[in-house]
Design a protein around this ligand. Structure first.
Ligand SMILES: NC(=O)c1ccc[n+]([C@@H]2O[C@H](COP(=O)([O-])OP(=O)(O)OC[C@H]3O[C@@H](n4cnc5c(N)ncnc54)[C@H](OP(=O)(O)O)[C@@H]3O)[C@@H](O)[C@H]2O)c1
Length: 344
């Protein structure tokens, strides 16, 4: 098998493609021949050694990757739900960037028939993230308003599709004009292009009373204003800190430190007084909640099968170009989803 291994924290050169013996599935596990693995922004933080749950669950060396698609080539003892040859999607808590992946049987899901296998690798992480924020945490109601940053990216596109399906007013914010059309196609009712217009003036113009929900994975660059632009009883969901990240592959420690200090700390007295909530989560800590994972993936794949949701536009990189994939997602210019293909 081939897998991407990061032996120590660093830049793009740390992403080594190595040959290893094929793994064997243990009891309750499934061995998948991987067609494609999803690339997430978080993988770049894993590579740089900045991702806490990677340290908690794996350490060094690490193979990044939260999701794969492929076909089952073997099952371990006690697995009856899966059989050789089935087309599947699986979630992995790290380890996804590999041509063979062993994963617990209850983290494996049937790939919808009419979906291209490779493209479906990009579904789980972004839709699970969007779904958890919107349905588990925020419980929006029809007609509610939502503002989502990085609206043309992976998670942003998933949020917009779910919002359209539910009938929520969704304002998407993008950092480049080339992304406006993509955000509209995904379901944004309005798109704010912050490279050309004043983000917060326009956000207020569109929803003068504020938003029921703001989803913020930028961190320091927008967090304070994101909370200020929620309405009374509004919810701010914090789920990433992308604006602290470099475009060069290596962290700038001085800037990281300053951004860390500048990141707002929310005051519980003020939150109660303003009747607003701040929530936060990280999907990688939720993998042990098997019932939640099963229920959510079941719902999402049902929506995909019915045509209510569709796979995102994907940008493909063969595994040998994994460094280019990281460079691309770190550039902040990509639209939709990035995947690594294994060409088997
Ligand atoms: N907590 C969780 O469980 C969880 C799960 C999945 C994703 N996330 C977070 O959600 C965000 C989106 O993830 P994704 O994988 O779907 O990525 P993505 O949105 O496809 O790409 C990241 C986007 O972040 C924006 N950005 C802001 N500052 C940036 C910087 N300094 N460098 C690069 N990009 C920057 C860019 O969009 P604009 O310029 O258009 O804003 C960029 O396109 C990330 O922050 C990620 O860490 C969190």
């Amino acid at each position: 098998m081939r897998k991407v291994v990061v032996h120590s924290a660093g830049g793009y050169d740390k992403l080594r493609v190595e040959e290893h013996p094929d793994p064997a599935p243990g009891p309750g596990e499934v061995l998948i021949r991987v067609a494609a693995a999803g690339v997430n922004f978080a993988d770049t933080a894993v590579r740089m050694g900045l991702y806490d749950s990677a340290k908690k669950y794996v350490g060094w060396p690490i193979t990044p990757g939260f999701e794969v698609s492929g076909d089952v080539i073997a099952v371990g003892e006690g697995v009856s739900a899966w059989a050789r040859g089935q087309r599947v999607i699986a979630v992995t808590r790290f380890g996804g960037y590999a041509s063979r992946v062993v994963v617990a049987a209850d983290q494996v899901f049937e790939c919808p028939d009419d979906l291209e296998l490779a493209q479906s690798a990009g579904l789980p992480a972004v839709f699970l993230t969007a779904y958890y924020a919107l349905f588990e945490l925020c419980r929006l109601r029809r007609g509610d308003s939502l503002l989502v940053h990085s609206a043309a990216g992976g998670v942003g596109s998933a949020v917009l599709q779910l919002a359209r399906h539910e009938g929520w007013r969704a304002v998407g914010v993008v950092g480049a004009s080339a992304k406006v059309e993509a955000a509209k196609r995904m379901g944004a009712t309005h798109v704010i292009d912050k490279s050309r217009e004043d983000l917060w003036a326009r956000a207020s113009e569109l929803e003068p009373e504020g938003y029921d929900v703001v989803l913020d994975a930028n961190g320091v660059s927008t967090l304070r204003q994101s909370l200020a632009h929620t309405k009374e009883a509004g919810r701010l969901v914090v789920f990433g800190f992308a604006s602290m990240m470099p475009h060069t592959g290596r962290p700038n420690w001085v800037r990281l430190g300053l951004d860390y200090l500048r990141t707002p700390r929310f005051n519980p007295f003020e939150l109660v007084g303003q009747n607003k909530s701040v929530m936060a989560f990280n999907l990688s800590y939720l993998f042990d909640k098997k019932a939640l994972l099963q229920e959510t993936m079941g719902t999402l794949l049902g929506l995909v099968r019915s045509g209510a949701l569709r796979t995102l536009d994907v940008l493909r990189f063969s595994v040998d170009r994994v460094a280019d994939a990281h460079r691309a997602i770190e550039s902040g210019q990509t639209v939709g989803k990035l995947i690594l293909t294994f060409g088997e």
